[in-house]
Design a protein around this ligand. Sequence first.
Ligand SMILES: Nc1ncnc2c1[nH]c(=O)n2[C@H]1C[C@H](O)[C@@H](COP(=O)(O)OP(=O)(O)OP(=O)(O)O)O1
Length: 188
Amino acid sequence: MLAMETSPITSKKVLTLVFVFGDFDGERRVLLGMKKRGFGAGYWNGFGGKVEKGETILEGAVRELEEEAGIRVSHLERAGMLWFHFEGDPTGLEVHVYRGETFEGVVSETEEMRPEWFSLDKIPFHIMWPDDQIWWPVFVGNKKFCGRFRFAKDQKEILAHDVGIFESLPCEMEFGSGEWVGGVLVER
Ligand SMILES: Nc1ncnc2c1[nH]c(=O)n2[C@H]1C[C@H](O)[C@@H](COP(=O)(O)OP(=O)(O)OP(=O)(O)O)O1
């Protein structure tokens, strides 16, 4: 067991993260975007960002997808929640993960993201946030999940994490309490 926090979390930012899936002649692919600027630049990721005042988290997810990839989804399914804490930073990140299947519009490069479809057996984990490969199998397995990750100050090394599979969301897991189980996937 690893202690959950060594520096306290006193505030949080709420963010969204959207993955759109598609079938290409029987091959299942996911749309990822290369982040071109700002936080997470240089990583492939889903699409998303901060939820703005006056919008719901779902509305924020739909807006960010359109702003970053040029496409509009009519339905997003809630898939999971991720919490991130960087050593020494009192602001934690609460990320709401969604999956989409159908969309309108043409996938387009934007100022923030360069989108590309990836076959599910060729996900570029080595150029993604290091936590992604931990929760990804649960996510693509269509299970609802929640995960907590404590990163070192360098924002690269994961010091502790805890990922759980749940019947429904929100999950019975909290950001700032309990113990984080180092490197273990916990079925709850
Ligand atoms: N560790 C990790 N793994 C996977 N995905 C993420 C993280 N940390 C993250 O923040 N994310 C995701 C969550 C969001 O989708 C983006 C970050 O959003 P950001 O670019 O900061 O928000 P915007 O509102 O688009 O920012 P600006 O418009 O101010 O540039 O990464």
